[in-house]
Design a protein around this ligand. Structure first.
Ligand SMILES: [Zn+2]
Length: 500
């Protein structure tokens, strides 16, 4: 009878008959073992015959029960009572979602899926989320939170473009976020940073008496606008503003930056003549001081012009070539005569000579007018006149500037401001994609706020941030770091919730 399924008992019976035929003593002798040992082993085989000969089902072996991933396994504590009506909950199908927990923890591993069991009330149809769904939802929120922080870091600290930021997120988490998302987030963070900077004036802080102001020209669309930056002597950036119409925007910026807890007395700028006008237009009564470096530079320029503009009075009848040669000689002579005076200018502005600075400059003027020291050509007379005018104009400011520096260690230069400009400048590469001044301003406000919280790792201010140096009261400010200030706090997720 072909293809008949033989019962196990029949197969066992025939094998047992075959076993009976064995001469155990002879077989043991041939194998070289005692007969009792062979008999013992044969009995073990007989006992297992039903198992060995059992009919096997066709197809692959069923996996062990505990190996099969089932929705029930992911949900150790499944809900059983409807919170709405108290009715009995029934399983209502399964569906797949991204495994946000894995994405958050091991994003680079690639996108993984997880099965979720849906639960629905039998009586009222209310859908109840199981523990796995809750867990994934929490991880999803945390993931977006963390990605937003990463985007904030990339845009406002690393200065990466939108596309490079997208690459960074993809690399870290194995999942892309859209360009639009990054752009909207940048805009939102910028706007909040702007509000945070404006809020600075209302926060208690260490006394700040200086308002340093400068305009910087990031390489933006045809230089259509510049960026006005305000810092105080602690190096805290208090305001950035896109300047489109100087006469209107700069006074407005100056007015806006001063507030209850920021009442500066001194306005420190370079020598741009218009700054004083802007200060008055802003309605501020600040003493206007000029940056020491720019003052020196201006005097050096006057000296250079004196040499450059040397003229020959006599003799008139010489050929042009000889006149040129004579003029060059005269220029060299004058340069030699002016050199010690110029050295004296640098000395006047150097530390230790603060109280003598203006006196030394006056002395230089009288030496310039002395025919025994310097040849009295027309250009030298002009130099003496201009230097005298310069001293008359700036002497009060110079005295105040240097006196304050000695007595209170306040700045004499806008170097701190220019280094801030140096930080803002690289960002203009990505900022030029903001065609509107308002959006550009928001972006730079974000960069500035990040810089304010940046703890320096080298230089004279190592280990502190500008916020710390200015002793801004963080309770007043309402945030302890950049990310909290712009509404991107750390995700609030417990490790237990994730690894459960
Ligand atoms: Zn219900």
């Amino acid at each position: 009878m072909a293809n008949r399924i033989r019962p196990v008992e029949e197969k066992v019976q025939s094998i047992l008959v075959a076993f009976e035929q064995i001469n155990v003593a002879a077989a043991a002798c041939a194998a070289g073992i005692p007969a009792s040992t062979l008999r013992y082993d044969l009995n073990k085989v007989k006992a297992l015959l039903p198992v060995v000969l059992a009919n096997q089902k066709p197809g692959p072996k069923p996996r062990h029960e505990s190996d099969v991933p089932t929705p029930e396994m992911n949900q150790p504590a499944a809900p059983c009572v409807c919170p709405a009506c108290g009715g009995k909950l029934r399983k209502n199908g399964v569906y797949q979602v991204l495994n946000w927990v894995l994405l958050l923890l091991l994003g680079w591993l690639g996108v993984q899926k997880v099965t979720i069991q849906r639960w629905r009330c039998q009586a009222c149809g209310h859908e109840v989320s199981g523990p796995e769904r809750t867990r994934q939802a929490a991880a999803r929120r945390a993931w977006w939170c963390q990605v937003a922080r990463l985007v904030g870091l990339s845009r406002f600290k690393l200065g990466l473009s939108v596309r490079k930021t997208q690459i960074l997120v993809q690399f870290v988490y194995g999942r892309q976020v859209s360009i639009g998302y990054i752009e909207r987030l940048t805009q939102r963070v910028g706007t909040r940073a702007e509000a945070a900077l404006t809020h600075l004036r209302a926060c208690r802080q260490a006394v700040a008496r200086f308002l340093l102001y400068d305009e910087t020209y990031p390489k933006m669309q045809q230089r259509a606008y510049s960026l006005g930056v305000v810092i105080c002597e602690h190096g805290l950036i208090r305001s950035v503003r896109c300047i489109v119409r100087k006469a209107k925007d700069i006074p407005a910026q100056l007015r806006a930056v001063v507030g209850e807890h920021f009442q500066p007395e001194y306005f420190l700028t370079d020598l741009d003549v218009l700054f004083n006008r802007y200060l008055q237009d802003a309605g501020l009564k600040l003493s206007h001081l000029r940056d020491r470096v720019h003052l020196i530079r201006q005097i050096v320029r006057l000296f250079d012009e004196a040499v450059r503009d040397v003229t020959l009075e006599v003799p008139k009848g010489l050929p042009i070539k000889d006149r040129k040669q004579q003029r060059r000689l005269k220029q060299r002579l004058l340069r030699k005569q002016l050199q010690p005076l110029l050295t004296l200018v640098f000395k006047a502005f150097s530390p230790g000579y603060e109280s003598l600075c203006v006196l030394l400059l006056e002395g230089i003027v009288s030496q310039l007018q002395d025919g025994t020291h310097v040849i009295q050509t027309a250009s030298v007379l002009t130099l003496a006149r201009r230097l005298q005018r310069f001293i008359t104009k700036h002497q009060a400011a110079i005295n105040t500037l240097l006196q304050l520096a000695v007595e209170q260690g306040t700045p004499t230069t806008t170097n701190a401001l220019e280094s801030k400009n140096g930080i803002l400048k690289p960002f203009s590469r990505i900022a030029k994609f903001f065609p509107l001044p308002a959006r550009c301003q928001a972006f730079f406000a974000g960069v500035a706020l990040m810089e304010n919280f940046d703890v320096k790792t080298r230089g004279p201010h190592r280990g502190t941030s500008a916020m710390q140096r200015a002793q801004i009261n963080l309770d007043d400010f309402g945030a302890t770091d950049f990310f909290t200030a712009v509404g991107l706090p750390k995700p609030q997720i417990s490790l237990a919730g994730i690894t459960e």
